[in-house]
Design a protein around this ligand. Structure first.
Ligand SMILES: Nc1ncnc2c1ncn2[C@@H]1O[C@H](COP(=O)(O)OP(=O)(O)OP(=O)(O)O)[C@@H](O)[C@H]1O
Length: 232
């Protein structure tokens, strides 16, 4: 479970996020949507612990800043952060040790195979293409064996095979009871994934739907109805 309560963030005089509350229940996929500048990244960075904010964020009922919460939480940033001098395999080993993850060698092999990175294991961080970096970033997040995972524009830069695989992985995580939050502009990419969606505009949540309440309507239809924009 991921809970955001009364989250506010101000940059100078600019209120980027204004008293926002929402939650993604256990084993559900939440989608965070909104036009440019709505405040999505600010929320994502707050959940990931990269910003100071007002309000409360809880991961599995624990304050997000606590060590116990961090141990069960993984974050895939929009732009991957690589260590130039570590190989692909060493990136995953590093995460395994840092999180004391019980992921096995076989499971690591499997994750790398799923993203067609098995033969890239010995490549250094600075020898990877952008898409490969994104794949490593996702592999590292999975190596945490998180209970809550946050993905910021995870499909950007991925090839079609990797996008397909990532969708399968998200559904698999959901089946295992993992809570997922995805921030994206690519509505069609998350159409078959979501359980609950939140639309932000000008620092507020302007609407939310569960899949059931949406009664078969597409994400883009719901999105444009809430933001007052035109459906293209
Ligand atoms: N570091 C910063 N300093 C000052 N203002 C910022 C900073 N980061 C974001 N903002 C402002 O906060 C508001 C929300 O920005 P944010 O990046 O959270 O939006 P977003 O929904 O992620 O947009 P996008 O879809 O374009 O990534 C905007 O008005 C933006 O100009």
């Amino acid at each position: 479970m991921l809970e955001i309560q009364g989250l506010s963030k101000t940059y100078g005089n600019n209120v980027a996020v204004d008293n926002v509350s929402f939650s993604v229940p256990d084993g559900q996929v939440g989608i965070l949507l909104g036009p440019n500048g709505a405040g999505k990244s600010t929320i994502i960075k707050s959940i990931a612990g990269l910003l100071r904010y007002k309000g409360a964020i809880r991961i599995q009922g624990l304050p997000a800043r606590s060590m116990d919460a961090k141990k069960v939480f993984a974050y895939v940033p929009e732009i991957p952060n690589m260590f130039d001098a570590l190989t692909v395999r060493e990136h995953i080993e590093y995460i395994r040790m840092a999180y004391s993850s019980d992921i096995t060698d076989e499971e690591v092999d499997e994750i790398l195979r799923e993203f067609e990175m098995e033969d890239k294991q010995e490549k250094l961080g600075n020898e990877l293409s952008k898409g490969m970096m994104q794949k490593v970033s996702i592999c590292c997040a999975l190596a945490v064996k998180p209970r809550v995972i946050l993905l910021d524009e995870p499909m950007v830069g991925l090839d079609p095979a990797a996008i397909k695989k990532l969708k399968e992985i998200v559904l698999d995580l959901r089946n295992k009871g993992v809570t997922v939050l995805i921030s994206t502009h690519m509505l069609e990419m998350v159409e078959e994934l979501w359980d609950i969606m939140f639309v932000m505009e000008k620092g507020h949540i302007v609407g939310s739907y569960t899949k059931k309440d949406a009664e078969g309507r597409d994400l883009d239809e719901l999105f444009f109805a809430m933001t007052g924009g035109e459906k293209e």
